[in-house]
Design a protein around this ligand. Structure first.
Ligand SMILES: *Cc1c(COP(=O)(O)O)cnc(C)c1O
Length: 389
């Protein structure tokens, strides 16, 4: 039975829809629409499409459905909706269920674009948002109200790597009937146990570890069938944030190797973070290190520290000099990629934020985010050490 398979088997086979040609690799159904046998058949499908019937690629497509079924099976949710980018997933999940007057509690330490949606977009439509320190359970407890509709956070924050206790926050949220939406990018589908911990809706930017090879933007919203088909799909199919069939095919290929890639990248990140911390020349932030404030929680929640670490070299000048001396690491702003990537958040991904907000979030001038790729970890360590000088 497909549902009894372990994750690695599901990642390769789950949800395949084979055409009459019996292709081995998943087919790319590069079509915007679908032909009906009769006018009556068209009418019937618009009234209610069957499980394997499609209408228009903005609503759904067989290649996209394969990706949705496979990633939902890996995460352990009933269903999923694939989106054009990670941000389309974050915006879609929130906007599909919120209305003017609703209250949201969100962690403050967020990816810049997530913060934009919560701070600038939702509030423009009359949603009230309270921001809290995501690592402070007392702050969550104080902020969540009987009328709170949604609780939102990144399970590991980008780029400061603060880890949120999914179960504890979900328990507080559920006591008031709020829906828990987790942006789980840094935890990755490989190390995620978010469903068991109480997350109701899980979001991934597929651009990151799912593709993992820097090719395409994509995202996915995962949750119950009711939520995905009853709340998310109507919103997404009418507002246009769906994933393209070609992207879905890339993501299916990505899922086949994701577990091997992510485990290797996380092992390298652990090795490099430990070695740099032992050198003692700069501050190393990595949830897999014993001195990380949420180290024990990370190990209980994920069993690994993830594929991203951060270092702080004290100043913008020192950070830029280090970035410019690296030979293997590329200066870019993706993460989870086969290629190791360094990012200076203060001047790029989080540039938009004012100086006070950056400091409040821990985005210091000397902070460098390092996404560890698939190169030899000792080559990466040597590259970093040479650049640190
Ligand atoms: C990258 C990222 C996103 C956005 O994903 P895109 O695919 O770039 O739109 C959202 N949340 C987190 C935590 C991310 O790292």
């Amino acid at each position: 039975m497909m549902s009894d398979w372990n994750k690695r088997t599901k990642a390769v086979h789950h949800g395949i829809r084979r055409s009459q040609y019996g292709e081995v690799s998943e087919a790319i159904f590069m079509t915007q629409g679908f032909v009906y046998d009769s006018a009556e058949a068209a009418e019937a499908r618009f009234i209610k499409a069957g499980a394997d019937e499609f209408i228009y690629a903005r609503y759904g497509n067989p290649t996209v459905a394969m990706f949705e079924d496979r990633i939902a099976a890996l995460e352990g949710t009933e269903d999923g909706f694939a989106t054009a980018s990670g941000m389309a997933a974050v915006h879609g999940a929130l906007a599909a269920m919120l209305k003017a007057g609703d209250h949201v509690v969100s962690a403050r330490a967020l990816f810049g674009s997530c913060l934009y949606i919560l701070q600038e977009v939702l509030t423009r439509f009359g949603v009230q948002v309270t921001f809290v320190d995501g690592t402070d359970l007392a702050a969550w407890q104080a902020a969540i109200r009987p009328d709170t509709k949604v609780v939102f956070f990144e399970s590991i924050s980008n780029p400061t790597l603060e880890v949120v206790d999914i179960k504890a926050v979900a328990d507080l949220a559920h006591a008031h009937g709020a829906t828990v939406i987790v942006d789980n990018v840094f935890s990755t589908p490989v190390f995620s146990d978010a469903v068991a911990l109480g997350a109701d809706v899980i979001i991934y930017s597929a651009t990151k570890h799912i593709d993992g090879q820097g090719r395409a933007l994509g995202g996915v919203i995962l949750g119950t069938r009711d939520f995905i088909r009853g709340t998310v799909e109507p919103f997404m199919k009418h507002t246009g944030g769906s994933m393209s069939p070609f992207t879905a095919w890339l993501m299916l290929k990505g899922l086949e190797t994701m577990e091997l890639r992510v485990r290797a990248q996380a092992a390298s990140a652990q090795h490099i973070a430990q070695a740099l911390a032992a050198d003692g020349t700069l501050r190393v932030i990595y949830p897999g290190l014993a001195d990380h404030p949420q180290h024990a929680l990370t190990m209980a929640q994920m069993g690994a520290g993830g594929t991203v670490m951060a270092i702080d070299v004290g100043s913008k000048d020192a950070a830029f000099a280090l970035l410019n001396r690296l030979e293997i690491f590329t200066i870019s702003n993706n993460l989870g990629d086969a290629k190791s990537i360094v990012t200076h958040p203060a001047t790029t991904t989080h540039q938009r934020l004012d100086a006070a907000t950056k400091l409040e979030l821990g985005i210091t001038p000397g902070l460098i985010r390092c996404s560890i790729g698939l190169e030899d970890p000792d080559d990466l360590l040597a590259d970093l050490r040479a650049a640190i000088g």
